[in-house]
Design a protein around this ligand. Structure first.
Ligand SMILES: [Fe+2]
Length: 256
């Protein structure tokens, strides 16, 4: 495919500051060893997640067509996702600066890394890889309310770039929902944050009672500092994804 028809080119119509970070995923370049590592990662997580992830995650996993035996082709993922919620899983070169990250969320394009961790770091990578980004995040984007929340979050933050204090507070909302969110469903605690979905050790620790679970409270969350390199001592449980969406709207009204 030439660049004229490529996803990069099509995406440029909606994006401005994120354009330099867009790449193509060279799916054919993944090696048998990388597909084997993906399979090991997925097979290690799914038994626990089928029982302890929220139902929207488990449904989303099937909706976007993830497979245990092959790394995902992001174009195929987006083709299944876009008709449902308008979201795409869009390949990027790595960490994005905040303005580019928020711009992509506001355009319903999830910035997705394409590299995969090696066998020596199955449990943890300091930077997100395709396992964290696609296996961890993207299934939730098939859920309409979560999808609306995440797009709105991006819009709000894009409008707060001049205000680092407000952005820090919004960053905490993201951390305690999108990355480390838990939800009560059917009288039990379920996980939906990508940091828990993609980490066997941390998720197990939470399910075994190793973190304090508080009811989600916007003020507390916006003032709760966190350490990205440590296991999370405190998490916040929501009752529904509507609650997360509404809380984000309240935060925007306060900070805007
Ligand atoms: Fe993440």
């Amino acid at each position: 495919m030439g660049i004229a028809e490529s996803g990069v080119n099509l995406a440029q119509g909606k994006l401005r500051v994120a354009v330099p970070f867009l790449i193509e995923q060279d799916w054919c370049a993944y090696t048998p060893e990388q597909h084997a590592v993906w399979k090991e990662l997925v097979c290690r997580r799914m038994p626990q997640l089928r029982e302890h992830a929220c139902r929207e995650y488990v449904e989303g996993f099937d909706i976007i067509g993830l497979r245990e035996d092959k790394l995902p082709d992001l174009k195929a993922v987006s083709e299944r996702l876009k008709p449902r919620t308008g979201w795409q899983s869009t390949p990027v070169s790595g960490f994005l600066p905040p303005d580019a990250f928020f711009e992509m969320l506001a355009a319903r394009m999830f910035p997705t890394t394409t590299w995969l961790r090696g066998r020596e770091s199955l449990e943890y990578t300091p930077e997100p890889d395709i396992f964290h980004d696609v296996f961890g995040h993207v299934p939730m984007h098939a859920h309409p309310v979560f999808g609306n929340f995440l797009q709105h979050y991006g819009q709000i933050c894009a409008g707060l770039m001049h205000d680092p204090v407000a952005l820090e507070k919004m960053g905490r909302v993201f951390w305690f929902t999108v990355e480390f969110g838990v939800i009560r469903q059917d009288g039990r605690l379920k996980v939906y944050g990508s940091g828990l979905i993609s980490s066997h050790g941390e998720c197990t620790r939470v399910l075994e009672g190793g973190a304090e679970i508080r009811d989600f409270d916007l003020d507390q969350v916006m003032n709760q500092e966190f350490d990205t390199g440590a296991m999370q001592p405190v998490l916040y449980a929501v009752e529904s994804f509507e609650q997360v969406y509404e809380a984000t709207k309240v935060a925007a009204a306060r900070l805007g």
